[in-house]
Ligand binder design. Structure first.
Ligand SMILES: [Zn+2]
Ligand SMILES: [Zn+2]
Length: 174
C-alpha cells in the first residue's frame, strides 16, 4: 500500500467515475511521488490547496447518476448524464477514460497519455496566491522540492506533475 497524503482526501484527487467504481482501491492508481509533492506544497506554503471539488456537489443529479451507474458497474454514457453543475471540478487530478477531456481526444483519434491519465498530475489553486506566484515560488524553492516536477506555463491554474524531465523544475506548454 502507498502512504496516503496528510492533506488530501481521495475525492479531491480522482474523478467521480473512478471513486465510485473503485473506492479506496483507487489510491493505488495515484503516483506516490505526486502525493508527496502535493503534501509538500500544502505544508510548505501553509495555505489551503484546492484540486477537485466535486464532493461538494454529491447531491447534484450529475454526481448522483455517476455514483449510481459506477457503483452498479453499469455503462456511463456521458451524453446521457444530467448537466454538470457550474463551478464543479472533477478532472483536476486523475482522469479516467470516461472523463470528458479524454473522451473528446479519443473521439478525434488523438492519443492521450497525459500525466493526469497516469496518476502523476494535479491542477490546483492555492488560497491567496495567483498561479504564477505559485509557479515562481516553486522555482525559487526548487532545491527543497522532494522530486523533480513539470509545470505548465501561462495557465490560470497550477498544473504540477511528477514526470522527471531531467531538471528539478521544467516549464512546458501543452
Ligand atoms: Zn473519469
Ligand atoms: Zn493539468
Amino acid at each position: 500500500m502507498i502512504d496516503k497524503p496528510v492533506y488530501f482526501e481521495l475525492k479531491e484527487l480522482v474523478c467521480p467515475h473512478v471513486y465510485y467504481r473503485f473506492g479506496e482501491v483507487a489510491w493505488q492508481f495515484l503516483h506516490e511521488k505526486q502525493l508527496i509533492l502535493m503534501d509538500w506544497v500544502r505544508n510548505s506554503l501553509n495555505r489551503p490547496v484546492f484540486v477537485n471539488n466535486w464532493d461538494q456537489y454529491e447531491n447534484s443529479d450529475y454526481i448522483k447518476e455517476i455514483k449510481r451507474l459506477a457503483s452498479a458497474r453499469l455503462p456511463i454514457i456521458s451524453t446521457e448524464l444530467p448537466e454538470a453543475p457550474k463551478g464543479l471540478f472533477d478532472e483536476r487530478g486523475l482522469r479516467c477514460n470516461l472523463c470528458s477531456l479524454n473522451l473528446a481526444k479519443t473521439y478525434r483519434g488523438i492519443i492521450y497519455c497525459s500525466p493526469h491519465f497516469t496518476g502523476q498530475a494535479d491542477d490546483y489553486d492555492v488560497e491567496g496566491m495567483t498561479a504564477e506566484e505559485v509557479r515562481q515560488w516553486i522555482i525559487a524553492n526548487k532545491y527543497k522540492l522532494p522530486y523533480p516536477v513539470r509545470l505548465e506555463k501561462g495557465v490560470s491554474w497550477v498544473h504540477m506533475d511528477c514526470r522527471d524531465a531531467g531538471e528539478k523544475v521544467v516549464l512546458f506548454n501543452p
